[in-house]
Design a protein around this ligand. Structure first.
Ligand SMILES: Nc1ncnc2c1ncn2[C@@H]1O[C@H](COP(=O)(O)OP(=O)(O)OP(=O)(O)O)[C@@H](O)[C@H]1O
Ligand SMILES: [Mg+2]
Length: 281
């Protein structure tokens, strides 16, 4: 893995004003992400995960501290940084293919390249037959898959994913996890993925960042030093999962919102539908 200073988050604090009260969503959060790394983030609801991703993607710039990408301070959104949101956020008046094509707006590709990329990505997420459908004609999971296709279609340098598979059924979820792993291994896109599923976090991540709430802080970082492709049911992966859960539980001794973390949540028994590709490094 090269360039450990690829994406830097340094002492980032984000405060909100809620009914005249100061709410510290993130408190002096620091994280260095290496080029091509796959970082996963877990933590209780409200601990600032989405806030951190929005800041990283440049969608929110009201913070103290420093966020830089390849040495340049992040001052706003960029084609180099993609985002897959917690909810699909499709435009209801555009077809699925046109929604996905929005991810290519202002990009350097020609019209025919854009068309091919959109088709490839609809195929990738299993929506090839729904290119001309409108969002209201999709199920919730299908809409989320269209959102994933839009985030990936431009092949950003860093992709932030906010619980991208949270609404999916177990089989689709396992398949898309493996697809995402393949894309990451092939394209070397740096990925930062938020999830409530600890199993997903350890299956996909090089490191799992454990956050604690009120104020949002990084509580722990657990390295997943396991070769890929990983075996979902392996004892080694289970040990890392237990370590992450222990860290989360100590973090969440007094949760004010019930955490949605479930050990062995969906998809654990079915295993991958096809093996993830091996990494070059
Ligand atoms: N625009 C906003 N205005 C006021 N408060 C906000 C805003 N956005 C987030 N917050 C607050 O910041 C805190 C962190 O929110 P955030 O959405 O980052 O949490 P999260 O970890 O992503 O939670 P979840 O797992 O439920 O998605 C919460 O207390 C939330 O109420
Ligand atoms: Mg969130």
């Amino acid at each position: 893995m090269c360039n450990p200073a690829h994406f830097q988050i340094r002492k980032v604090t984000r405060e909100f004003n809620v009914n005249g009260e100061k709410l510290t969503a993130l408190d002096a959060v620091s994280l260095d992400i290496a080029e091509g790394e796959f970082v996963t983030i877990v933590g209780a609801s409200g601990c600032g995960k989405s806030t951190l991703l929005r800041l990283g993607a440049g969608l929110d710039t009201t913070y103290s501290g420093r966020i830089s990408h390849e040495g340049k301070v992040v001052t706003g959104p960029s084609l180099d940084r993609g985002m897959v949101f917690q909810e699909p956020r499709l435009f209801p008046w555009l077809t699925v293919e046109r929604n996905v094509a929005l991810g290519l707006e202002n990009s350097k590709f020609t019209k025919s390249e854009k068309k091919r990329l959109v088709e490839e990505h609809l195929e990738l997420v299993g929506l090839a037959g729904f290119a001309r459908a409108y969002p209201h004609q999709l199920s919730g999971g299908m809409a989320q898959r269209a959102g994933i296709a839009r985030g990936l279609v431009n092949r950003p340098n860093v992709l932030f994913l906010d619980e991208p598979f949270g609404a999916l059924d177990a089989i689709t979820k396992a398949r898309l996890q493996d697809e995402l792993n393949d894309i990451w291994a092939r394209e070397r896109i740096t990925m930062v993925l938020v999830t409530h599923d600890v199993e997903e976090a350890v299956y996909l991540g090089d490191r799992v960042v454990v956050m604690s709430p009120r104020p949002g802080r990084i509580r722990d970082i657990v390295a997943v030093d396991l070769p890929r492709p990983r075996e979902r049911t392996s004892a080694a992966l289970a040990r890392v999962r237990t370590r992450v859960l222990e860290s989360l539980n100590s973090t969440e001794s007094k949760p004010s919102v019930g955490p949605r973390l479930v050990e062995g949540e969906r998809g654990s028994k079915s295993g991958p539908l096809r093996p993830a590709v091996a990494l070059a490094n």
